[in-house]
Design a protein around this ligand. Structure first.
Ligand SMILES: NC(=O)c1ccc[n+]([C@@H]2O[C@H](COP(=O)([O-])OP(=O)(O)OC[C@H]3O[C@@H](n4cnc5c(N)ncnc54)[C@H](O)[C@@H]3O)[C@@H](O)[C@H]2O)c1
Length: 297
């Protein structure tokens, strides 16, 4: 099968309107693609749509875009809670649902039952693309499309080639990535790929250091920002990613790659307490003012 990818002819569907899904939909409509955004939660769809409009509005107020371009982008977006409505006739489906293999498999099976010729890109941060693809009779059309948070700022697209992914599907994913203004890397399907595997080592170690009283969260973050030129500290980044999301990734990498990825107790405790990071207003920092401040405890 050959694929021609262009904003004029390629229809996208993004499944899951949370932290990542709404951001992926936003860069897609800004790049000219008709995009359907789907979530099982009406509230998540509303929130996601609101955030998309806010980012596009921000572009206009900073002079990077025009009101006409913003309105044209918004007109390319449609939202649905029904999966079939979102994926029927879509050429590329990007799944950004929670990091659970069986959920991603269920979604893939449902997508290929409705749209068997669609390319299915999973935004998983760590799970096996080959394993997810096993849920479809078309594993050659399944590929990892790992975007970064927030997609309108972080330009990387990590393309993960599953065991059965067809070369033309990798080619189409490259073409999509370039059309979305991404910088591309193509990696093989190993736990955590290139990015999450390295990022988690630093993130989990920073949490262990906080747990052991080595320094405060702000000091640990400053160590990496001022000492190593990281644009953001590892604890602030964990708040941005979501502590629940990082815990799910750590549990998977711990099983696959060993002790270095064992989730720290502090991470488990904060997740159990609902301190999921910026999206919850509280994580390692208090985000209620919109900025990272030390939490009152
Ligand atoms: N948060 C990050 O920084 C980040 C970065 C890169 C990749 N990822 C990956 O992206 C995926 C999504 O993560 P997130 O942070 O956006 O999660 P999130 O919790 O913010 O959003 C997930 C959304 O999926 C929806 N959902 C649940 N079940 C669904 C279903 N069956 N169909 C459609 N939608 C469903 C939820 O209602 C929620 O709105 C995960 O695989 C994660 O590992 C996350």
């Amino acid at each position: 099968m050959t694929y021609t990818i262009s904003p004029e002819s390629t229809v996208l569907a993004v499944l899951g309107a949370g932290t990542m899904g709404h951001g992926i939909a936003q860069i897609a409509i800004a790049a000219g693609f008709q995009t359907r955004l789907q979530d099982i939660s009406e509230a998540a769809l509303e929130r996601g749509r609101g955030r998309i409009v806010a980012v596009l509005d921000g572009g206009v107020s900073r002079g990077k875009s025009t009101p006409e371009a913003r309105d044209a982008a918004i007109a390319r977006l449609s939202v649905a809670t029904d999966l079939a409505t979102a994926v029927r006739g879509a050429d590329i489906v990007i799944e950004a649902a929670p990091e659970r293999a069986e959920l991603k498999q269920q979604i893939l099976a449902a997508v290929h039952a409705v749209s068997p010729s669609a390319i299915f890109g999973t935004n998983t941060s760590s799970l096996s693309v080959t394993g997810i693809a096993a849920a479809s009779p078309h594993p050659e059309r399944v590929v990892g499309m790992h975007f970064f948070n927030p997609p309108h700022v972080m330009k990387l697209l990590e393309i993960v080639r599953g065991r059965d992914t067809a070369p033309e599907v990798v080619g189409a994913t490259r073409a999509l990535g370039l059309a979305l203004g991404r910088e591309l890397i193509v990696v093989s399907d190993t736990a955590g790929f290139a990015t999450s595997r390295l990022g988690l080592v630093i993130g989990l170690e920073a949490i262990r250091m906080l747990e052991q009283g080595v320094a405060s969260a702000a000091e640990i973050d400053l160590a990496m920002k001022s000492g190593y030129r990281h644009p953001m500290g590892p604890l602030e980044l964990t708040d941005l990613v979501g502590l629940d999301v990082r815990l799910a990734i750590a549990e998977h990498l711990h099983r696959e790659l060993g002790e270095v990825f064992r989730p720290p107790e502090l991470l488990r405790r904060l997740v159990a307490a609902g301190r999921h990071g910026k999206k919850a207003g509280l994580g390692f920092y208090d985000w209620s003012s919109g900025e990272a401040r030390p939490p009152a405890e």
